[in-house]
Design a protein around this ligand. Structure first.
Ligand code: SAH
Ligand code: SF4
Ligand code: F3S
Length: 475
């Protein structure tokens, strides 16, 4: 099956969508449908699941009504994320009523959080599988096909799926995500991830480099290295593994991936302000193909709140990190995550968050109001005491400020010329290309009459800008 799959993949190489969907081939005797929610790690895991299922003779379909197996890869990060999944499950109910043989499975963080309780709460679910248990999917599916509901939510200290080659789902054939580690050892008090993803572990460096090399050879031109805290990547090869026995830090890994080819762009996410080192910053500066962009979640601009969140840095530490980044890479783009209305946050402390945003001038932020999660340290220790209306108003202030800063930052790029990797035809017009610059800003520009294709690099001069897109022309 693996060989046949490779063939399908090869044939699709030039096509629009890279993933071998069931309609493309008749080598698969059953069909699965998968929907992913949450962070990029979940989307990346779905590609591992697709690979495991392909080996079992399941081909992917984009239409859940024709699937034998419907999977939801779920997220628990905020209450709303879980609500979305529950609503989605209800949408599958009608189809399942008409087609009782169809299996419905819940994967990912919500499966891990709720475990077997999921089967009691949602009667239409047949399978509950946690993020470290995907290798057992074939057995669990067989059990479920026999009419027995099945659950595996065991977390692992070793599993990294290092040897599984992900099947790229819905890929543009240019950019891909590569998981370099799993789990998280930080105990941010608001966060459910350490409970749903388990202990932090780093993936074998050789397997990462070979996956990236393979992607490059297949025409991909950008990889994003993924982990909840990439700066704490640390891999020690075992004595029976081939090659060097030296331990690999994140800076070393970045360099090894950058050396694959100057034409392969490297991005990474997420960095933790306490862990990002000068070594990483200097490595970024040394290689043109490591993108000058860092996503550095701040969460709050107030030291007392940061302490309650157990982020382990202060406001000043964060501001100094940003200063250091700009010293080493003056052109580095920055983005962040912010939470409004965490337990006990005062009006002045909220103002501190706004002032950090002013000082750092992020190009973009993911902004949330605090959502208490069952089982987290904050739920056990603190009262969720900020009224929803206050959280919402503070969030609106944060969003308004970020929109202004984004608009100013984007306008500040007018007149500049950037190297852009072409990713796709623009969604707005088939006459335009869309790509990103090193700083992760989207740039749209007319195709003109040059013979270009996705994956090519061009230089684009910016003429106008909105708060989320640069618009320019090739030079
Ligand atoms: N590992 C990453 C973040 C993963 S979760 C990091 O440490 O930065 C993505 C973002 O969701 C977090 O940065 C945080 O801003 C937000 N988030 C996490 N838990 C939350 C909660 N309980 N309520 C609101 N936002 C939350
Ligand atoms: Fe959650 Fe903190 Fe880990 Fe990020 S670093 S995943 S916010 S516990
Ligand atoms: Fe959500 Fe799990 Fe990612 S909770 S954000 S899918 S690690």
């Amino acid at each position: 099956m693996a060989e046949l799959l490779q063939k399908v993949v090869e044939e699709n190489r030039q096509g629009e969508a890279y993933a071998p969907f069931a309609g493309d081939t008749n080598i698969f005797h059953k069909k699965f449908y998968i929907e992913s929610y949450g962070c990029q790690m979940n989307f990346s895991d779905s590609e591992i699941v697709a690979s495991i299922l392909h080996d079992q003779g399941f081909g992917a379909t984009r239409n859940f009504e024709e699937a034998d197996l419907v999977l939801l890869n779920t997220c628990s990060i905020r209450e709303k994320a879980e609500q979305t999944v529950r609503n989605r499950l209800q949408a599958f109910r009608k189809t399942k009523d008409k087609k009782p043989g169809m299996l419905i499975g819940v994967l990912g963080c919500m499966a891990e959080r709720l475990k077997a309780k999921f089967l009691e709460e949602e009667k239409l679910v047949d399978l509950v599988v946690g993020p470290d248990a995907y290798r057992t999917l074939p057995g669990l599916i067989t059990e479920a096909e026999g009419g027995q509901k099945s659950v595996n939510v065991l977390l692992s200290r070793e599993e990294t799926y290092a040897d599984i080659s992900p099947v790229r789902l819905d890929s543009n054939g240019v950019t891909a995500f590569v998981s370099i580690m799993r789990g998280c050892n930080n105990m941010c008090t608001f966060c459910v991830v350490p409970f749903t993803r388990g202990r932090e572990r780093s993936r074998d460096a050789e397997s990462i480099v070979s996956e990236c090399t393979d992607l490059f050879n297949r025409g991909f031109r950008e990889v994003t290295l993924l982990g909840q805290n990439v700066d704490s990547y640390y891999y020690t090869p075992t004595h029976d593994s081939e090659g060097s026995h030296e331990s690999v830090t994140f800076a070393m890994l970045l360099e090894r991936v950058a050396l694959i080819s100057p034409l392969l762009r490297i991005r990474f996410s997420t960095s933790h302000p306490k862990d990002i080192t000068d070594d990483v910053l200097h490595t970024m500066a040394r290689y043109n193909n490591i993108c000058k962009y860092i996503h550095l979640p701040v969460q709050s601009g107030n030291t007392r709140v940061l302490q309650m969140m157990n982020r382990t840095y202060t406001r000043e530490w964060y501001l100094n990190k940003v200063k250091r980044i700009k010293e080493i890479m003056p052109d580095c783009g920055l983005s962040t995550d912010v939470i409004s209305g965490f337990c006990t946050e005062t009006e002045e402390e909220h103002q501190d968050t706004l002032s950090v945003m002013e000082l750092c001038r992020f190009d973009m932020s993911y902004m949330f109001s605090y959502s208490e999660r069952p089982g987290t340290l904050a739920e056990r220790r603190y009262e969720d005491d900020i009224p929803e209306a206050v959280k919402k108003r503070r969030l609106e202030e944060i969003i308004k400020l970020q929109n202004n800063i984004s608009r100013e930052n984007y306008q500040g790029d007018i007149g500049k010329t950037f190297e852009v990797l072409i990713e796709a035809t623009s969604k707005r017009s088939e006459h335009d290309w869309s790509g990103r610059n090193s700083q992760n800003k989207v740039i749209v520009f007319p195709k003109g009459n040059r013979e270009l294709k996705k994956g090519d690099y061009v230089h684009v001069k910016v003429n106008t800008a909105t708060s989320a897109t640069l618009i320019g022309e090739m030079v």
